[in-house]
Design a protein. Structure first.
Length: 219
């Protein structure tokens, strides 16, 4: 009986160590995925700002302010397990504003939001990779890069849709960015998310739905 009790105790301790190790690995993987998501759009923004500074454009100061807001979000908000969905939307708006300065009159963005509660929270930086890819891989057709973006949030469901114009041979669904966000969704919202990616002749569409009534896994 003593041997059985001792063995049971040892098994329980081993199981606890295994669970702790799995949790630590999961946290490390999430941090690794985040590190891969952030840098390239910051470099793109800095390059754009450099071009404006050379031309001594009046928009340079506004770009610096927008970039400051983005950096504040990245440095102080993104490590939180959850953020207000309104904060996430403000972050996307700042990003779009910077891109509008870069694309000037060759960009047509339509961004609609329907937020039914101020208390809705999601994991940070879930949507920006999709927005970023729309600008990075989207194509200017008939003089315009068209991007339609919609976010709708109820108490238990958040839906995100983004569509951009693209060439028929576009490889927008390839690459590190989308793969990483898919892995992140699997870790944060296991069995509570649904993502659909459609790549047609001249349109690339991402549709994401999150069920948030059961709390997402903490980062």
């Amino acid at each position: 009986m003593k041997l059985n009790l001792k063995q049971s105790k040892n098994n329980a301790e081993l199981k606890s160590k295994i669970l702790a190790t799995q949790l630590q690995l999961k946290e490390q993987e999430l941090k690794y995925l985040k590190m891969q998501i952030h840098p390239h759009f910051l470099f793109n923004t800095l390059n754009t700002m450099y071009g404006f500074a050379i031309k001594k454009a009046d928009e340079t100061s506004e770009m610096i302010l927008k970039l400051s807001n983005l950096l504040d979000y990245l440095l102080y908000q993104v490590d939180k397990p959850f953020v207000s969905i309104k904060d996430e939307i403000h972050h996307i708006e700042d990003y779009i504003s910077l891109e509008q300065m870069r694309f000037a009159d060759t960009l047509n963005v339509n961004f609609k939001t329907h937020i039914y509660s101020d208390t809705i929270e999601i994991a940070p930086m879930l949507f920006i990779p999709f927005v970023e890819n729309s600008f990075k891989h989207g194509a200017i057709i008939n003089g315009k890069l068209r991007i339609d973006l919609a976010i709708k949030a109820k108490s238990d469901v958040v839906t995100f849709k983004i569509m951009n114009s693209c060439n028929k041979d576009s490889k927008i669904n390839d690459g590190i960015g989308l793969d990483n966000i898919k892995k992140r969704l699997e870790l944060l919202y296991p069995n509570t998310h649904n993502i659909k990616i459609t790549n047609k002749a001249s349109v690339f569409l991402v549709e994401l739905q999150l069920t948030i009534n059961s709390n997402p896994t903490n980062e």
